[in-house]
Design a binder for this molecule. Sequence first.
Ligand code: OOB
Length: 550
Amino acid sequence: MTGTGDDTDLLGSWPADTTARYRAAGYWTGERLDGMIRRHAGNRPGRIALTDGERHWSYAELDRRADRIASGLLARGFRPGDRVVLQLPNTAEFFEVFFGLLRAGVVPVMALPAHRRAELTYFCEFAGARALFVPERHAGYDHRQLASEVLAALAEPIEVFVVGEPGPHLPLDELRAERPRPVADPPAATALAFLQLSGGSTGLPKLIPRAHDDYLYSVRESARICGLGPSSVYLCALPAAHNFPLSSPGSLGTFFAGGRVVLAPDPSPGTALALIARERVTLTGVVPPVALAWADAAPQAGHDLSSLELLQVGGAKLSEEAARRLGPALGCRLQQVFGMAEGLVNYTRPEDDELTVLTTQGRPISDLDDEVRIVDDQDRDLPDGSTGHLLTRGPYTIRGYWRAPEHNARSFTADGFYRTGDLVRRTPTGHLVVEGRAKDQINRGGEKVAAEEVENVLLGHPAVHDASVVAVPDEYLGERTLAYVILRQGADAPRPALLRAFVRAAGLADYKVPDRIEFVDAFPQTGIGKVSKKDLRSTAAPWSPADAPE
Ligand code: OOB
């Protein structure tokens, strides 16, 4: 690892000469992420920043609310550098709290609404969180109850703030100071701003430290590449905390440009297409299955989608055949986005020819300083055009996971390249094509499942001797999860439905529950005696609707 980097000077984890170069190039400007809201609140206070159902908040209102939260946090004893876990769905309060935390220097862990007891408890423990933010309910699920279960699992009590009726917890009003005061000791742009979650391939998710400076660079450049301006209206249809809808260019890119963010409670065609028509949305970013569901539904839905100029698709591989359908079905331009919460984001560009947009996953944000290497298993650079492991470093790609030195030694090269785990090929124009994956992960329609995390839970079942989770191809989601299970000697095979319920009861997010479970006597092995996931994958039949669990 190069550099040391702590939470107050995260950019110290880049080597000093690199830091100097990025600053001189104007990538890191010393501005904080919440600065964009303050700037527009000053210049165009009445302009609408976000729309959530019938609520429309101006930049001035969002700014004032962020100030009130920041003051409230500090008055309650929160200190810059403290961590909290933020689990809020796509409502206006997500941004009220997010910007309030950033302004006070309190660091949110960006949990997703789908996370459950196991994930939230782990985030609280690992991050040493002082508080947890949840909605009252979301998608029919009681998050106050979830928060109570998390509290019961924690050794030390923490505060729980609820958006909505608080039940046994605290209302968000507790943090909304009546008379906000300027933050005495505002955090530096080099400081840790928030912790994103890695898709992961190991037993527990890793936390990704992002500083204001490096994140804002990616937001600013993304907004420029995607042509955002004050008249842009972005539909945030994926969970707002995820890196793609947050920053590529997403909500933050739209705020940066002075545009308007429309929050969709869910990405279903019924909800999203109606919002595009009603709010005159100009761009949005979604995962391939969502884009395809919209394309299928659009002709019958009869909404006026004429405002939509750009549909971004990313998070998982989009096939050429699917890509060809999207633009015509939705009457807009397509852009492929290949990004990762660890940093590097690739976009196809407006000036790219049609075939490039349909068949590549784009090229990096920075022509000059997103360094991309494509290497073999021994880290040797491959000749142009060959498929290999993608390694990358640059002005917004992390140099290490948060507090994970052993893991970092494996996930980064000695000279600071991040090992993405993706297998890619580079075209003569510098565009990347994602050809596969070397990491032990399943990409379930953009939702990442670390095989080992699910295997560890299955191993806790009394009838299970060993478990191996792999991806099976699925026409709709791209991939689904299949758990191969070896039973203990003498154990009766539990019904697959019961094993699935066991995983759910362990407190894992629903999308991690195996889609299919098969019992086998042994796993195929590699030459050195490890389980050969490659062989397991190749023996698995593709997912068919008949496999749907009872
Ligand atoms: C985005 O971020 P994560 O952190 O949830 O997942 C990153 C991984 C990549 O390493 C790659 O394996 C996969 O997701 N991925 C794609 C892809 N975009 C992401 N695989 C194939 N084609 C694509 N277009 O998923 C993310 C973050 C920012 C912007 C967009 C996506």
